[in-house]
Design a binder for this molecule. Structure first.
Ligand SMILES: *Cc1c(COP(=O)(O)O)cnc(C)c1O
Length: 413
């Protein structure tokens, strides 16, 4: 008898974005003339930069010629991209890495879900609350948690790190013992970012407790404040305890193009049950060589072009465009009396609901009265209740119009 992986059955049925889509669909069927503005899902809208398109065209032509055709590439990524990553993302920040510490992937979602395969099944892990759902759900599906507690909205056996106004929405090291901790900095969904000092505390904690940090810096390009590091390796000692993940989705519009990378420093260790340290780098290398046959050549050439002078100029100009939207959201809602977090080092604003309203109630109200789609904070974890996430990935015109409509409701006046 074929048995299913019963851990999948622990997942509650309603996927957040599916529920939102259903509500929006029903609303637009009932009000076909309403012009709906979507500030909900975290997908980019600006087209790929010309420098990237040019590189892709060139790579496509190479694939059509016997002399330049490429078949299977190295599972870890082509050397040209690994070198470009080290030069473009690390050396300029004073971080040195070996090319074989960098593993090119086809998306940070894949990478973050798969990285846990190199750790023991009995690992106790911690996530921020609210959190990017992939960290949690992928661990549930591999059996690293207990059952879902529907009353509390949490999984048994997982350590949640509450992010609240009191701690500036920054996860704090837990009091109880854990082995793996996921950190997203700047954070999706709250849009807040930890400073160098706060990250130093995390690194000291991780070293002392032999914890490995899975550090997702997908929004690194959006950092504007000087005291927020762009890489965890800017913090001394981080190579021993941190794996960093990056994506081209938010910095270069690759959500539909798919490229990412993972840095596993050779100094980064986990342990056998008898306490013997084991290097994680060869383990992740082995995992990739067996489970993965590399990111397409054309896509790696596209990612390489992100680091060219024209690519940087064009992509950073799109990031500026989105950050301008983030400021429109933050400043516009603050002027209307709302309490708004984030939107300074990330394309997300984390907005407190008016008068203690529940997340879903405020979501419904904004959909019905302002025709604006948002994301209920409670969908990211119990401590997201009482908040909404608004994204800056729309057009400037739509963002301005959405904020005008929300302000015009005078819910706090
Ligand atoms: C968007 C996002 C990613 C990137 O995912 P891709 O699979 O590379 O598109 C990773 N982590 C977080 C927190 C994100 O919001």
């Amino acid at each position: 008898m074929a048995h299913v992986n019963e851990h999948y059955l622990k997942l509650p049925g309603n996927y957040l974005f599916a529920t939102i889509a259903k509500k929006v669909d029903a609303f637009s069927k009932a009000h076909p003339d309403a012009s709906i503005i979507r500030l909900g899902i975290g997908d980019v809208t600006r087209p790929l930069a010309p420098a990237i398109i040019e590189a892709m065209h060139k790579a496509v032509d190479e694939m059509g010629q016997a002399e330049t055709f490429r078949g299977y590439g190295p599972e870890q990524g082509y050397d040209f991209l690994r070198q470009a990553i080290i030069k473009g993302d690390y050396e300029k920040r004073g971080v040195t890495l070996d090319p074989d510490e960098v593993f090119v992937g086809d998306g940070a979602k894949t990478d973050v879900a798969c990285i846990q395969e190199i750790f023991g099944n009995d690992m106790r892990f911690a996530v921020a609350d609210p959190v990017y759902p992939v960290y949690l759900d992928s661990n549930v599906m591999l059996g690293h948690t207990g059952a879902f507690d529907a009353d509390k909205g949490i999984y048994n056996g997982v350590v949640y790190l509450p992010c609240t106004p009191e701690n500036g929405f920054k996860a704090q090291p837990p009091a109880e013992k854990v082995d793996i901790i996921y950190l997203c900095n700047p954070s999706n969904p709250t849009g807040t970012a930890m400073s160098r000092k706060e990250l130093e505390t995390w690194i000291a904690y991780a070293k002392e407790n032999k914890v490995v940090l899975i550090y997702d810096s997908a929004y690194e390009t959006y950092i504007t404040e000087k005291d927020v590091p762009h890489s965890i390796y800017e913090v001394a000692g981080a190579k021993e305890v941190a794996i960093e993940l990056r994506s081209y989705s938010k910095c270069a519009g690759f959500t539909g193009t798919r490229c990412s990378y993972v840095v596993v420093p050779k100094a980064c260790m986990a342990y056998r049950t008898d306490g013997t340290p084991v290097e994680l780098n060869p383990m992740w290398n082995r995992r990739q060589c067996t489970f993965f046959n590399g990111t397409p050549y054309i896509i790696q050439r596209a990612a390489e072009a992100y680091y060219s002078e024209a690519g940087q100029r064009q992509c950073l100009s799109d990031v500026d465009y989105y950050m301008n939207n983030a400021h429109i959201i933050r400043d516009g809602l603050q002027a209307a009396g709302y309490t708004v977090y984030g939107a300074t080092n990330s394309p997300y604003a984390w907005v407190q609901t008016p008068n203690g309203m529940k997340s879903w109630d405020f979501f419904d109200l904004l959909l019905e009265k302002a025709h604006v789609v948002t994301t209920p904070g409670s969908g990211f974890g119990p401590h997201g209740e009482g908040y909404l996430r608004l994204t800056a990935f729309g057009t400037k015109e739509n963002t301005e119009e959405a904020i005008r409509r929300i302000a015009a409701l005078h819910l706090l006046a």
